[in-house]
Design a protein around this ligand. Structure first.
Ligand code: NAD
Length: 375
């Protein structure tokens, strides 16, 4: 019988990157009922120095062809590979789910379950600012309709699928031209989703309200820099900047996802590299997002829940108080994910929410998986 096989580009990185790669491969091989055909592109510092721009050309070409990539952390030396890839792949939307992780110690006692959907371009981050003499500087903040529209559509689609509420947030009362434009585009998009509840909050008020009543906010739709601040604050609330993952998306003219790149929030952790101490939870969460994107929602949910349950039980790596090595933890995640997928009575919150049938396709209409010969 032919096994369903998904092709994915794997961007190999620095520091703990190789250990994380091994851990993901183990979970994919031992935990999932389909195959992943990893197509590696090594974007570590050493290879970047050796191959220069040709390496990014190869990575971009591969990702454009396959449509999906998992990226491991990379050291920023001259350029930031994240920024280069974001620009070269025209990634317009960043989705960062932030969810309380039982077992991870936190100062904040309430549960957080927030999807931050961020316009990936513009704002003050594409700022051609300059000094004015010695005593002042000027900054230019750019907001364009199209990336706002794309992020809004992503947020409302996510809300429709997951039965969540969209809160768009900015400082539209003060930044009238830029943030006002953002909110007007969001309102236009909201009209096409009458079934989705849409609220508007000023960004400063949102931060306070999120701390006071986190359960009132499920999807926050924001401009680039607000998204950066909000993601980090939300991660602080759940007790860890490190155990987060993102999906970065680029779209075609028909607004279908053209390319998707998934990565962990943390860096290369050079202080523990090569010691088997790296916590692979964040890369597993990134992998789970990738599986959702491929339409394998049950498998993605199983990988995510397996890792989170183990953390809750204290079966974890030393950074979060456990005694397991990276690969011991990965082995347990694989076993538990497999058991969940095989257990017909198992269901997760994500699965309950994702009632719509997901049939993801590449922009050319072909399915993501590639059938291999008889096995
Ligand atoms: P870092 O996230 O690599 O490390 C901060 C601390 O967290 C360290 O003590 C580290 O050991 C620990 N840590 C991080 N990830 C961990 C994991 N998975 N398991 C256990 N412990 C973990 O941040 P940094 O030290 O500021 O940056 C180091 C390098 O990473 C820099 O070169 C930076 O450019 C790069 N970086 C890359 C990315 C990315 O590729 N997405 C993101 C951030 C930083």
């Amino acid at each position: 019988m032919a096994t369903k096989t998904y092709a994915a580009i794997e961007l190999l990185g620095d520091g703990i990157g190789p250990e994380l790669s091994q851990a993901v491969h183990l979970v994919a091989e031992k935990g999932l009922p389909f195959a992943l055909e990893w197509r590696p592109v090594d974007i570590s510092v050493a290879n970047r120095e050796k191959r220069g721009a040709a390496l990014y050309d190869e990575a971009v070409k591969g990702i454009e062809k396959v449509g999906v990539a998992l990226k491991h952390p990379t050291a920023t030396v001259k350029e930031s590979p994240n920024q280069v890839l974001r620009k070269r792949l025209n990634l317009q939307v960043i989705h960062r789910p932030v969810q309380t992780i039982p077992g991870v110690p936190t100062n904040f006692k309430a549960d957080v379950d927030l999807d931050v959907v961020r316009v990936a371009t513009g704002g003050t981050y594409d700022d051609p600012g300059r000094a004015i003499g010695d005593e002042a500087a000027v900054s230019l903040r750019i907001v364009e309709k199209e990336p706002c529209r794309q992020a809004a559509i992503f947020a409302f689609e996510l809300a429709r699928k997951t039965k969540k509420t969209v809160t768009s947030s900015s400082k539209h009362t003060i930044q009238r031209a830029t943030d006002g434009l953002f909110e007007s585009v969001v309102n236009e998009v909201a009209e096409s989703y009458p079934e989705v509840q849409h609220k508007v909050e000023l960004f400063d008020a949102l931060l306070a309200k999120l701390v006071l009543k986190p359960q009132a906010f499920t999807i926050a739709l924001v401009l680039n820099e607000y998204g950066d601040f909000l993601s980090d604050m939300a991660c602080g609330l759940i007790g860890s900047l490190g155990i987060g993952a993102s999906g970065n998306y680029g779209f075609d003219k028909e607004r279908r996802v053209r390319v998707a790149l998934f990565d962990a929030a943390h860096g290369t952790a050079p202080d523990i590299a090569g010691q088997g101490k790296a916590n692979p939870t964040a890369i597993f969460l990134a992998f789970a997002l990738m599986l959702y994107h491929l339409g394998e929602v049950r498998a993605g949910s199983a990988v995510k829940n397996a890792a989170l349950e183990l953390l809750k039980e204290g079966k974890s790596t030393p950074d979060v108080g456990g005694k397991l090595t990276t690969m011991e933890f990965a082995e347990l995640v694989a076993q538990r994910a497999k058991a969940k997928i095989g257990d017909s009575s198992w269901t997760s919150r994500t699965l309950k929410m994702q009632k719509d049938k997901v049939e993801p396709r590449r922009p050319d209409g072909s399915p993501f998986f590639e059938m291999k010969g008889p096995q």
